[in-house]
Design a protein around this ligand. Sequence first.
Ligand SMILES: *Cc1c(COP(=O)(O)O)cnc(C)c1O
Length: 470
Amino acid sequence: MIYTDTRDKSVKTDLKTAVMSGMNEKTGGLYIPVEFPKLPSSFINKTPEPSFRDIAFEMAKPYVAGEIPDKDLQAIIQDAYPFTAPVVPVDKVSYVLELFHGPTCAFKDFGARFMARVMSYFNRNESTPLHILVATSGDTGSAVGSAFHNVPGLDVTILYPEGKISPLQEKQLSTFDGNVRALKVKGTFDDCQKLVKTAFTDNELRAKLRLSSANSINISRLLPQSFYYMYSSLAVRARSWGDNKIENPAIICVVPSGNFGNLTSGLIAREMGAPITGFVAATNSNRTIPDWIATGDYNARPSVETYANAMDVGAPSNYERIQAMYSLEQVRSLFASYWLDNDGIIDSIKNCYEKTGYTIDPHGAVGWKAWSDIRKGGMEALKNGTKNDFTKPGLTPNLPSWADKVINKEAVGIILETAHPAKFGATVQKATGSSPIIPDRLEKVMKLEDKAIPMENNYEQFKAWLLANL
Ligand SMILES: *Cc1c(COP(=O)(O)O)cnc(C)c1O
Protein backbone atom coordinates (compact mmCIF):
# COMPACT_ATOMS: atom_id res chain seq x y z
CA MET A 1 0.00 0.00 0.00
CA ILE A 2 1.13 3.52 -0.74
CA TYR A 3 0.58 6.16 1.94
CA THR A 4 0.20 9.82 1.17
CA ASP A 5 -0.15 12.98 3.25
CA THR A 6 -3.27 15.00 4.06
CA ARG A 7 -1.44 18.24 3.17
CA ASP A 8 0.57 17.13 0.15
CA LYS A 9 -0.90 14.51 -2.17
CA SER A 10 2.40 14.19 -4.07
CA VAL A 11 3.91 12.47 -0.99
CA LYS A 12 4.26 8.72 -1.46
CA THR A 13 5.64 6.50 1.25
CA ASP A 14 5.33 3.05 2.80
CA LEU A 15 3.68 1.80 5.99
CA LYS A 16 6.98 1.51 7.84
CA THR A 17 7.79 5.20 7.34
CA ALA A 18 4.23 6.26 8.19
CA VAL A 19 4.22 4.20 11.40
CA MET A 20 7.71 4.95 12.61
CA SER A 21 7.47 8.71 12.03
CA GLY A 22 3.80 9.16 13.10
CA MET A 23 3.31 12.35 11.10
CA ASN A 24 5.06 14.03 8.20
CA GLU A 25 7.35 16.51 9.92
CA LYS A 26 8.06 18.35 6.66
CA THR A 27 4.44 19.29 5.99
CA GLY A 28 2.83 18.83 9.41
CA GLY A 29 0.29 16.57 7.65
CA LEU A 30 -1.02 13.13 8.60
CA TYR A 31 -0.43 9.94 6.67
CA ILE A 32 -3.35 8.28 4.93
CA PRO A 33 -3.54 5.28 2.54
CA VAL A 34 -4.12 6.26 -1.11
CA GLU A 35 -7.04 3.80 -1.30
CA PHE A 36 -9.36 1.74 0.90
CA PRO A 37 -9.81 -1.52 -1.00
CA LYS A 38 -13.24 -3.21 -0.83
CA LEU A 39 -13.25 -6.66 0.72
CA PRO A 40 -14.68 -9.34 -1.62
CA SER A 41 -18.45 -9.70 -1.24
CA SER A 42 -17.92 -13.46 -0.78
CA PHE A 43 -16.16 -12.56 2.49
CA ILE A 44 -18.62 -9.91 3.64
CA ASN A 45 -21.62 -12.13 2.88
CA LYS A 46 -20.28 -15.32 4.43
CA THR A 47 -22.59 -17.23 6.77
CA PRO A 48 -21.99 -17.59 9.56
CA GLU A 49 -20.10 -14.28 9.71
CA PRO A 50 -16.30 -14.43 9.91
CA SER A 51 -14.67 -14.21 13.36
CA PHE A 52 -13.22 -10.96 14.70
CA ARG A 53 -9.68 -12.15 14.01
CA ASP A 54 -10.52 -13.31 10.47
CA ILE A 55 -12.01 -9.89 9.78
CA ALA A 56 -8.96 -8.20 11.30
CA PHE A 57 -6.64 -10.24 9.09
CA GLU A 58 -8.56 -9.61 5.84
CA MET A 59 -8.92 -5.90 6.56
CA ALA A 60 -5.28 -5.37 7.58
CA LYS A 61 -3.82 -7.34 4.68
CA PRO A 62 -3.96 -4.66 1.95
CA TYR A 63 -2.43 -2.02 4.25
CA VAL A 64 0.64 -4.12 5.10
CA ALA A 65 1.02 -5.79 1.67
CA GLY A 66 4.66 -6.07 0.63
CA GLU A 67 5.86 -5.13 4.11
CA ILE A 68 4.48 -7.73 6.55
CA PRO A 69 3.99 -11.32 5.29
CA ASP A 70 0.66 -13.08 6.02
CA LYS A 71 2.17 -15.39 8.61
CA ASP A 72 3.57 -12.48 10.64
CA LEU A 73 0.35 -10.50 10.29
CA GLN A 74 -1.58 -13.50 11.64
CA ALA A 75 0.76 -13.61 14.64
CA ILE A 76 0.38 -9.87 15.26
CA ILE A 77 -3.42 -10.15 15.23
CA GLN A 78 -3.52 -13.24 17.45
CA ASP A 79 -1.29 -11.57 19.99
CA ALA A 80 -3.04 -8.19 19.86
CA TYR A 81 -6.59 -9.51 20.24
CA PRO A 82 -7.18 -12.12 22.93
CA PHE A 83 -10.49 -10.22 23.41
CA THR A 84 -13.23 -9.12 20.98
CA ALA A 85 -16.01 -6.53 20.86
CA PRO A 86 -19.38 -7.98 21.94
CA VAL A 87 -22.55 -6.57 20.41
CA VAL A 88 -25.21 -6.23 23.13
CA PRO A 89 -28.85 -5.55 22.17
CA VAL A 90 -30.43 -3.08 24.62
CA ASP A 91 -33.77 -2.68 22.83
CA LYS A 92 -35.19 -3.90 19.53
CA VAL A 93 -33.37 -1.39 17.35
CA SER A 94 -30.39 -0.39 19.52
CA TYR A 95 -27.15 -2.28 20.01
CA VAL A 96 -24.24 -1.35 22.25
CA LEU A 97 -20.84 -2.27 20.86
CA GLU A 98 -18.71 -2.90 23.95
CA LEU A 99 -15.18 -1.77 23.16
CA PHE A 100 -13.91 -2.05 26.75
CA HIS A 101 -12.95 -5.71 26.98
CA GLY A 102 -9.23 -5.04 26.53
CA PRO A 103 -6.73 -4.72 29.40
CA THR A 104 -7.31 -1.01 30.14
CA CYS A 105 -11.10 -1.15 29.71
CA ALA A 106 -11.28 1.44 26.90
CA PHE A 107 -11.42 1.28 23.12
CA LYS A 108 -7.90 2.65 22.67
CA ASP A 109 -6.61 -0.86 23.43
CA PHE A 110 -7.68 -1.93 19.92
CA GLY A 111 -5.46 0.64 18.23
CA ALA A 112 -2.55 0.76 20.65
CA ARG A 113 -2.02 -3.02 20.79
CA PHE A 114 -1.88 -3.29 17.01
CA MET A 115 0.47 -0.30 16.76
CA ALA A 116 2.86 -1.78 19.35
CA ARG A 117 3.16 -5.08 17.49
CA VAL A 118 3.58 -3.46 14.10
CA MET A 119 6.31 -1.17 15.48
CA SER A 120 8.01 -4.14 17.07
CA TYR A 121 7.90 -5.95 13.72
CA PHE A 122 9.46 -3.01 11.90
CA ASN A 123 12.14 -2.78 14.60
CA ARG A 124 12.96 -6.49 14.52
CA ASN A 125 16.34 -6.24 12.76
CA GLU A 126 17.66 -3.41 14.91
CA SER A 127 20.23 -4.19 17.57
CA THR A 128 19.04 -1.50 19.99
CA PRO A 129 15.58 -0.87 21.40
CA LEU A 130 13.27 1.83 20.11
CA HIS A 131 12.47 4.23 22.96
CA ILE A 132 8.90 5.50 22.99
CA LEU A 133 8.31 8.71 24.95
CA VAL A 134 4.69 9.58 25.78
CA ALA A 135 3.27 12.53 27.65
CA THR A 136 -0.21 11.81 28.96
CA SER A 137 -3.02 13.61 30.71
CA GLY A 138 -4.36 10.20 31.77
CA ASP A 139 -5.88 7.73 29.35
CA THR A 140 -3.38 7.49 26.50
CA GLY A 141 -0.56 6.59 28.89
CA SER A 142 -2.30 3.52 30.23
CA ALA A 143 -3.38 2.26 26.80
CA VAL A 144 0.14 2.71 25.40
CA GLY A 145 1.89 1.35 28.51
CA SER A 146 -0.29 -1.74 28.56
CA ALA A 147 -0.13 -2.27 24.80
CA PHE A 148 3.69 -2.06 24.68
CA HIS A 149 4.36 -3.97 27.90
CA ASN A 150 6.67 -6.93 27.16
CA VAL A 151 6.63 -6.30 23.39
CA PRO A 152 10.15 -7.15 22.14
CA GLY A 153 12.50 -4.38 21.02
CA LEU A 154 10.39 -1.55 22.40
CA ASP A 155 10.87 0.48 25.54
CA VAL A 156 8.36 2.99 26.93
CA THR A 157 8.71 6.01 29.21
CA ILE A 158 5.44 7.69 30.20
CA LEU A 159 5.40 11.24 31.62
CA TYR A 160 2.39 12.41 33.57
CA PRO A 161 1.62 15.45 35.73
CA GLU A 162 1.86 14.42 39.38
CA GLY A 163 -1.41 14.86 41.28
CA LYS A 164 -3.36 15.83 38.15
CA ILE A 165 -4.72 12.46 37.03
CA SER A 166 -7.25 10.21 38.76
CA PRO A 167 -5.99 7.59 41.26
CA LEU A 168 -7.19 4.79 38.95
CA GLN A 169 -5.48 6.34 35.93
CA GLU A 170 -2.29 6.70 37.96
CA LYS A 171 -2.34 3.02 38.96
CA GLN A 172 -3.03 2.03 35.37
CA LEU A 173 0.16 3.63 34.14
CA SER A 174 2.60 3.54 37.05
CA THR A 175 2.55 -0.13 38.06
CA PHE A 176 4.34 -1.72 35.08
CA ASP A 177 7.71 -3.39 35.34
CA GLY A 178 10.26 -4.37 32.67
CA ASN A 179 10.15 -2.27 29.50
CA VAL A 180 7.51 0.27 30.65
CA ARG A 181 7.96 2.94 33.34
CA ALA A 182 6.27 6.16 34.40
CA LEU A 183 7.78 9.46 35.49
CA LYS A 184 5.60 11.66 37.67
CA VAL A 185 6.53 15.18 36.71
CA LYS A 186 6.18 18.14 39.08
CA GLY A 187 4.25 20.18 36.57
CA THR A 188 1.28 20.21 34.21
CA PHE A 189 0.43 18.06 31.20
CA ASP A 190 1.82 20.81 28.98
CA ASP A 191 5.12 20.65 30.89
CA CYS A 192 5.25 16.89 30.26
CA GLN A 193 4.58 17.43 26.59
CA LYS A 194 7.28 20.07 26.42
CA LEU A 195 9.87 17.75 27.98
CA VAL A 196 9.03 15.10 25.37
CA LYS A 197 9.10 17.57 22.48
CA THR A 198 12.44 18.98 23.61
CA ALA A 199 13.86 15.45 23.75
CA PHE A 200 12.76 14.81 20.17
CA THR A 201 14.62 17.88 18.93
CA ASP A 202 17.77 17.21 20.99
CA ASN A 203 20.34 15.91 18.50
CA GLU A 204 22.82 14.94 21.17
CA LEU A 205 20.21 12.72 22.83
CA ARG A 206 19.01 11.31 19.53
CA ALA A 207 22.57 10.30 18.62
CA LYS A 208 22.55 8.06 21.69
CA LEU A 209 18.96 6.80 21.85
CA ARG A 210 16.54 5.84 19.08
CA LEU A 211 13.36 7.78 19.96
CA SER A 212 9.79 7.53 18.71
CA SER A 213 6.30 8.59 19.78
CA ALA A 214 3.04 6.67 20.03
CA ASN A 215 0.37 9.31 19.75
CA SER A 216 -3.12 8.95 18.44
CA ILE A 217 -2.46 10.43 15.00
CA ASN A 218 -0.47 7.33 14.03
CA ILE A 219 -2.14 5.55 11.12
CA SER A 220 -1.40 2.17 12.75
CA ARG A 221 -3.87 3.09 15.49
CA LEU A 222 -6.65 4.04 13.08
CA LEU A 223 -6.58 1.07 10.71
CA PRO A 224 -7.24 -1.61 13.39
CA GLN A 225 -10.18 0.34 14.80
CA SER A 226 -11.96 -0.33 11.50
CA PHE A 227 -12.06 -4.05 12.36
CA TYR A 228 -14.79 -3.72 14.99
CA TYR A 229 -16.99 -1.62 12.70
CA MET A 230 -16.98 -4.42 10.13
CA TYR A 231 -17.43 -7.05 12.83
CA SER A 232 -20.36 -5.33 14.54
CA SER A 233 -22.17 -4.28 11.36
CA LEU A 234 -22.05 -7.86 10.04
CA ALA A 235 -23.23 -9.18 13.42
CA VAL A 236 -26.12 -6.71 13.57
CA ARG A 237 -27.11 -7.36 9.96
CA ALA A 238 -27.24 -11.10 10.72
CA ARG A 239 -29.32 -10.84 13.90
CA SER A 240 -31.51 -7.81 13.26
CA TRP A 241 -34.45 -9.62 11.63
CA GLY A 242 -34.80 -11.88 14.65
CA ASP A 243 -34.78 -8.86 16.95
CA ASN A 244 -37.08 -6.45 15.14
CA LYS A 245 -38.47 -7.90 11.85
CA ILE A 246 -37.06 -4.98 9.88
CA GLU A 247 -36.04 -6.19 6.46
CA ASN A 248 -32.62 -4.98 5.36
CA PRO A 249 -32.25 -2.25 8.01
CA ALA A 250 -30.04 0.79 7.56
CA ILE A 251 -27.24 0.46 10.11
CA ILE A 252 -26.25 3.72 11.79
CA CYS A 253 -23.07 3.84 13.90
CA VAL A 254 -23.18 6.33 16.76
CA VAL A 255 -19.67 7.38 17.73
CA PRO A 256 -18.73 9.34 20.90
CA SER A 257 -15.88 11.45 19.57
CA GLY A 258 -12.97 13.60 20.72
CA ASN A 259 -10.09 13.55 18.25
CA PHE A 260 -12.36 11.78 15.73
CA GLY A 261 -9.94 8.89 15.24
CA ASN A 262 -12.64 6.37 16.07
CA LEU A 263 -15.08 7.89 13.61
CA THR A 264 -12.42 8.06 10.88
CA SER A 265 -11.89 4.32 11.38
CA GLY A 266 -15.62 3.84 10.82
CA LEU A 267 -15.35 5.70 7.53
CA ILE A 268 -12.52 3.37 6.50
CA ALA A 269 -14.64 0.29 7.33
CA ARG A 270 -17.53 1.66 5.28
CA GLU A 271 -15.24 2.34 2.32
CA MET A 272 -14.07 -1.27 2.59
CA GLY A 273 -17.61 -2.57 2.30
CA ALA A 274 -19.00 -2.73 5.84
CA PRO A 275 -22.82 -2.52 5.64
CA ILE A 276 -23.00 0.85 7.41
CA THR A 277 -25.43 3.44 6.04
CA GLY A 278 -24.44 6.44 8.13
CA PHE A 279 -22.81 7.81 11.25
CA VAL A 280 -23.68 10.03 14.16
CA ALA A 281 -20.76 12.21 15.25
CA ALA A 282 -21.56 12.65 18.95
CA THR A 283 -19.57 15.04 21.13
CA ASN A 284 -19.71 16.75 24.51
CA SER A 285 -19.51 20.55 24.97
CA ASN A 286 -16.33 20.56 22.88
CA ARG A 287 -18.36 21.12 19.73
CA THR A 288 -15.75 22.08 17.15
CA ILE A 289 -16.95 19.45 14.66
CA PRO A 290 -20.73 19.98 15.09
CA ASP A 291 -20.08 23.71 14.59
CA TRP A 292 -18.11 22.96 11.42
CA ILE A 293 -20.88 20.72 10.07
CA ALA A 294 -23.50 23.35 10.92
CA THR A 295 -21.70 26.42 9.61
CA GLY A 296 -18.96 25.20 7.27
CA ASP A 297 -16.35 27.06 9.34
CA TYR A 298 -13.75 25.07 11.18
CA ASN A 299 -12.57 26.82 14.34
CA ALA A 300 -10.25 24.93 16.69
CA ARG A 301 -10.52 26.24 20.24
CA PRO A 302 -9.29 25.47 23.78
CA SER A 303 -10.96 22.42 25.28
CA VAL A 304 -13.43 22.59 28.16
CA GLU A 305 -13.70 19.98 30.92
CA THR A 306 -16.68 17.62 30.93
CA TYR A 307 -17.78 14.34 32.50
CA ALA A 308 -16.84 12.60 29.25
CA ASN A 309 -13.26 13.79 29.68
CA ALA A 310 -11.59 11.52 27.13
CA MET A 311 -13.50 13.59 24.55
CA ASP A 312 -12.37 16.98 25.88
CA VAL A 313 -10.70 18.01 22.64
CA GLY A 314 -11.07 21.44 21.07
CA ALA A 315 -8.77 20.87 18.08
CA PRO A 316 -9.60 17.35 16.85
CA SER A 317 -6.57 16.01 14.98
CA ASN A 318 -8.46 13.72 12.60
CA TYR A 319 -10.52 16.57 11.17
CA GLU A 320 -7.69 16.75 8.71
CA ARG A 321 -8.15 13.15 7.58
CA ILE A 322 -11.94 13.44 7.31
CA GLN A 323 -11.51 16.52 5.18
CA ALA A 324 -8.99 14.77 2.96
CA MET A 325 -11.50 11.94 2.38
CA TYR A 326 -14.81 13.83 1.89
CA SER A 327 -16.25 17.20 0.97
CA LEU A 328 -18.36 19.10 3.51
CA GLU A 329 -21.49 18.22 1.51
CA GLN A 330 -20.61 14.52 1.66
CA VAL A 331 -20.03 14.79 5.40
CA ARG A 332 -23.40 16.50 5.87
CA SER A 333 -25.12 13.72 4.00
CA LEU A 334 -23.27 10.85 5.67
CA PHE A 335 -23.29 12.18 9.27
CA ALA A 336 -25.82 13.41 11.69
CA SER A 337 -23.98 15.47 14.25
CA TYR A 338 -24.95 15.99 17.84
CA TRP A 339 -23.56 17.51 21.01
CA LEU A 340 -24.53 17.21 24.67
CA ASP A 341 -23.63 19.18 27.82
CA ASN A 342 -22.84 17.77 31.28
CA ASP A 343 -26.45 17.86 32.54
CA GLY A 344 -27.45 15.96 29.42
CA ILE A 345 -24.77 13.34 30.07
CA ILE A 346 -26.10 12.65 33.58
CA ASP A 347 -29.70 12.49 32.28
CA SER A 348 -28.68 10.13 29.52
CA ILE A 349 -26.87 7.66 31.83
CA LYS A 350 -30.00 7.66 33.99
CA ASN A 351 -32.37 7.33 31.04
CA CYS A 352 -30.43 4.45 29.48
CA TYR A 353 -30.36 2.66 32.84
CA GLU A 354 -34.07 3.16 33.50
CA LYS A 355 -35.23 2.31 29.96
CA THR A 356 -32.98 -0.65 29.24
CA GLY A 357 -31.22 -1.72 32.46
CA TYR A 358 -27.88 -1.10 30.74
CA THR A 359 -25.23 0.87 32.65
CA ILE A 360 -23.52 3.12 30.13
CA ASP A 361 -20.43 5.27 30.75
CA PRO A 362 -20.41 9.09 30.26
CA HIS A 363 -18.91 8.79 26.73
CA GLY A 364 -21.34 6.15 25.51
CA ALA A 365 -24.11 8.20 27.14
CA VAL A 366 -23.56 10.99 24.62
CA GLY A 367 -24.19 8.40 21.91
CA TRP A 368 -27.25 6.96 23.66
CA LYS A 369 -28.91 10.37 23.93
CA ALA A 370 -28.09 11.23 20.32
CA TRP A 371 -29.60 7.98 19.05
CA SER A 372 -32.67 8.35 21.29
CA ASP A 373 -33.34 11.89 20.03
CA ILE A 374 -32.76 10.91 16.42
CA ARG A 375 -35.30 8.12 16.41
CA LYS A 376 -37.81 9.88 18.65
CA GLY A 377 -38.65 12.75 16.34
CA GLY A 378 -35.27 14.39 15.75
CA MET A 379 -34.95 13.33 12.11
CA GLU A 380 -38.61 14.01 11.43
CA ALA A 381 -38.27 17.57 12.70
CA LEU A 382 -35.24 18.19 10.50
CA LYS A 383 -37.09 16.77 7.51
CA ASN A 384 -40.04 19.06 8.22
CA GLY A 385 -37.71 22.01 8.02
CA THR A 386 -36.99 22.79 11.69
CA LYS A 387 -33.77 24.79 11.75
CA ASN A 388 -32.00 23.50 14.83
CA ASP A 389 -29.95 25.99 16.82
CA PHE A 390 -26.53 24.34 16.79
CA THR A 391 -25.36 26.43 19.74
CA LYS A 392 -27.80 24.47 21.94
CA PRO A 393 -27.32 20.77 22.77
CA GLY A 394 -28.87 18.52 20.13
CA LEU A 395 -28.67 17.81 16.42
CA THR A 396 -27.07 20.17 13.93
CA PRO A 397 -29.41 21.36 11.13
CA ASN A 398 -28.08 19.18 8.28
CA LEU A 399 -30.41 16.43 7.01
CA PRO A 400 -28.45 13.21 6.45
CA SER A 401 -29.21 11.08 3.36
CA TRP A 402 -30.51 8.30 5.64
CA ALA A 403 -33.09 10.43 7.49
CA ASP A 404 -36.05 8.68 5.79
CA LYS A 405 -34.78 5.30 6.92
CA VAL A 406 -35.04 6.48 10.53
CA ILE A 407 -38.40 8.20 10.01
CA ASN A 408 -39.84 5.05 8.37
CA LYS A 409 -38.47 2.89 11.20
CA GLU A 410 -36.14 1.00 8.92
CA ALA A 411 -32.93 1.83 10.79
CA VAL A 412 -31.04 0.27 13.68
CA GLY A 413 -28.30 1.92 15.74
CA ILE A 414 -24.96 0.65 16.97
CA ILE A 415 -23.76 2.80 19.87
CA LEU A 416 -20.04 2.54 20.45
CA GLU A 417 -19.39 2.14 24.18
CA THR A 418 -15.82 3.40 24.36
CA ALA A 419 -15.04 2.81 28.06
CA HIS A 420 -16.18 0.59 30.90
CA PRO A 421 -18.58 2.50 33.22
CA ALA A 422 -16.46 1.53 36.26
CA LYS A 423 -13.72 3.86 34.99
CA PHE A 424 -16.15 6.71 35.68
CA GLY A 425 -17.82 5.23 38.75
CA ALA A 426 -18.55 8.53 40.53
CA THR A 427 -20.36 10.06 37.53
CA VAL A 428 -22.35 6.89 36.93
CA GLN A 429 -23.29 6.72 40.61
CA LYS A 430 -24.47 10.32 40.51
CA ALA A 431 -26.78 9.44 37.62
CA THR A 432 -28.11 6.02 38.59
CA GLY A 433 -27.64 5.90 42.35
CA SER A 434 -25.48 2.80 42.22
CA SER A 435 -21.85 2.34 41.30
CA PRO A 436 -20.93 -0.02 38.48
CA ILE A 437 -19.33 -3.39 39.15
CA ILE A 438 -15.56 -3.10 38.86
CA PRO A 439 -14.00 -5.63 36.44
CA ASP A 440 -11.29 -7.91 37.88
CA ARG A 441 -8.57 -6.36 35.76
CA LEU A 442 -9.25 -2.87 37.16
CA GLU A 443 -9.56 -4.15 40.72
CA LYS A 444 -6.22 -5.97 40.43
CA VAL A 445 -4.38 -2.94 39.13
CA MET A 446 -5.59 -0.89 42.11
CA LYS A 447 -3.72 -3.31 44.40
CA LEU A 448 -0.39 -3.19 42.55
CA GLU A 449 2.56 -1.24 43.87
CA ASP A 450 2.98 2.27 42.44
CA LYS A 451 6.44 2.43 40.84
CA ALA A 452 6.31 5.97 39.42
CA ILE A 453 9.66 7.79 39.47
CA PRO A 454 9.61 11.42 40.66
CA MET A 455 10.92 13.93 38.12
CA GLU A 456 11.48 17.67 38.31
CA ASN A 457 10.04 19.83 35.54
CA ASN A 458 13.52 20.47 34.21
CA TYR A 459 14.81 19.32 30.84
CA GLU A 460 18.46 18.85 31.84
CA GLN A 461 17.46 16.59 34.74
CA PHE A 462 15.06 14.65 32.52
CA LYS A 463 17.75 14.18 29.87
CA ALA A 464 20.34 13.09 32.43
CA TRP A 465 17.85 10.56 33.77
CA LEU A 466 17.15 9.16 30.30
CA LEU A 467 20.86 8.83 29.53
CA ALA A 468 21.60 7.15 32.84
CA ASN A 469 18.64 4.78 32.88
CA LEU A 470 17.57 3.78 29.35
C1 LIG B 1 -10.21 8.56 23.35
C2 LIG B 1 -11.61 8.31 23.78
C3 LIG B 1 -12.72 8.80 23.03
C4 LIG B 1 -12.56 9.66 21.81
O1 LIG B 1 -12.04 8.94 20.72
P1 LIG B 1 -11.49 9.74 19.44
O2 LIG B 1 -10.93 8.68 18.56
O3 LIG B 1 -10.41 10.65 19.99
O4 LIG B 1 -12.62 10.46 18.85
C5 LIG B 1 -13.99 8.48 23.44
N1 LIG B 1 -14.20 7.75 24.57
C6 LIG B 1 -13.18 7.28 25.31
C7 LIG B 1 -13.49 6.52 26.53
C8 LIG B 1 -11.86 7.53 24.95
O5 LIG B 1 -10.84 7.06 25.70
